[in-house]
Design a binder for this molecule. Structure first.
Ligand code: CUA
Length: 403
């Protein structure tokens, strides 16, 4: 009587422990599934990729279970204390054929559906819109081919200011720290969009997990890929190829919107002539984060700026394009990135600075893509900051130097 009672108690206790373990384990699986598993994405292709990934994962689980099961079984049941005399059998053609055939069948079984998806991924025919994506150190350029809309997408001003050494800004207070950009790539849902991907300087990679796209951006080479987004939303990505010191600071933001919203956005961009001019409002130099507004699209050279306005606008252009190498303090990072503070060119004739910004020099890439107004502003900022004694530069002078 006593025995059976304690036996029952033991059984109950074991069952309870097992059930607790089981619920903990399944919760862990659900949790990691959400948090650590590959995203299912928002396109038909991304769903296919997800299914392939899960299929391969389950196959791996079964193989792992069988292989480790056999190993553990052998360790326990064929240990030396149980079998002091080892077996001395040798090779078995049958077993070798089986363990060659099974992996072969598994690989073919996985390869057939994977190849089908790969072929679909490569098929960029009948696309309704083409966007050229160009990687730069360290930003992305998006050109809507045939639409005359083209712009650069750089790390958001807010993150960029906060990430500087000694910025004094608590990065936990910066919303979407390091994953926001100034200009998002806006795309319509339900349309087949083709991307042609290349780079201007070194190899980058354009990676947006929700679209199941990860393509190398290689200078002098064009890679093609496409997408058709099903769900409106904001999808983030990053550069996925180590491309230099600011590799970690060239995020991607894709905003998928309805067709109508996309049309409105595109028209707005066209009216802005695709030229971005930093806002003219004078920003307090000591607190650039407070003025972290997005650049306002406005026709270039729409108005004459006062010297202070020009320099303030120049500081924004500088923070976005130059500070990574030449530093916010103008001290540079010698020997590769020279100081601008007290620099000969910066303090010399205006033409020298304009030429260098337009054409680049050594490690410095050309910045022709900036508007005349932006180049005039940034040159003025560099020439009048940190004790430099250069003159301000006008947009006309930049336009003249381009010829
Ligand atoms: Cu561009 Cu990493």
């Amino acid at each position: 009587m006593m025995l059976s009672k304690s036996g029952l108690r033991g059984w109950l206790a074991r069952s309870a422990a097992l059930m607790t373990l089981w619920s903990l384990a399944s919760e862990a699986v659900a949790f990691t599934g959400e948090k650590w598993n590959m995203t299912q994405g928002v396109t038909a292709i991304s769903h296919e990729v997800y299914k392939l990934h899960m299929a391969a994962f389950y196959v791996c689980c079964v193989i792992g279970f069988i292989v480790f099961g056999a190993i553990i079984y052998s360790i326990i049941n064929h240990r030396r204390s149980k079998h002091p005399k080892p077996a001395d059998f040798h090779e078995s053609t049958l077993v070798e054929i089986i363990w060659t055939a099974i992996p072969f069948v598994i690989l073919i079984g996985l390869a057939i559906p994977a190849a089908g998806t790969l072929i679909k991924m490569e098929d960029t025919r009948n696309s309704e819109l083409t966007v050229k994506v160009t990687g730069f150190q360290w930003k992305w350029q998006y050109e809507y081919l045939g639409e005359g809309v083209s712009f650069y997408s750089t790390l958001s001003q807010e993150s960029n200011v906060a990430r500087q050494l000694g910025s004094g800004i608590d990065v936990n207070t910066v919303p979407n720290y390091l994953v926001d950009v100034d200009n998002e790539l806006v795309l319509p849902v339900g349309k087949k969009i083709r991307f042609v991907i290349t780079a201007n300087d070194v190899i980058h990679a354009w990676w947006v997990p929700a679209l199941a796209i990860k393509k190398d951006a290689i200078p002098g080479y064009v890679n093609e890929v496409w997408t058709k987004i099903d769900v409106p939303g904001t999808y983030r990505g990053v550069c996925a190829e180590l491309c230099g010191r600011d590799h970690g600071f060239m995020p991607i933001v894709v905003r998928a919107v309805s067709e109508a919203e996309y049309k409105t956005w595109l028209e707005g961009k066209k009216k802005g002539a695709g030229v971005e001019v930093a806002p003219a409002a004078a920003a307090p130099v000591a607190a650039p984060a407070a003025e972290a507004a997005l650049p306002v699209a406005a026709p270039a050279a729409a108005k004459e700026l006062s010297k202070d306005e020009l320099v303030a606008a120049g500081e924004k252009v500088y923070t976005a394009n130059c500070a990574a190498c030449h530093q916010a303090t103008g001290a540079g990072l010698p020997p590769n990135f020279p100081a601008l503070k007290g620099d000969k060119v910066a303090n010399g004739p205006a033409e020298g600075v304009i030429k260098q910004v337009l054409n680049g020099k050594n490690l410095m890439p050309p910045f022709k893509q900036l508007s005349d107004q932006d180049i005039a502003a940034v040159a003025s900022y560099v020439r009048t900051s940190w004790g430099n004694k250069g003159s301000v530069v006008t947009a006309e002078a930049v336009a003249a130097a381009r010829k």
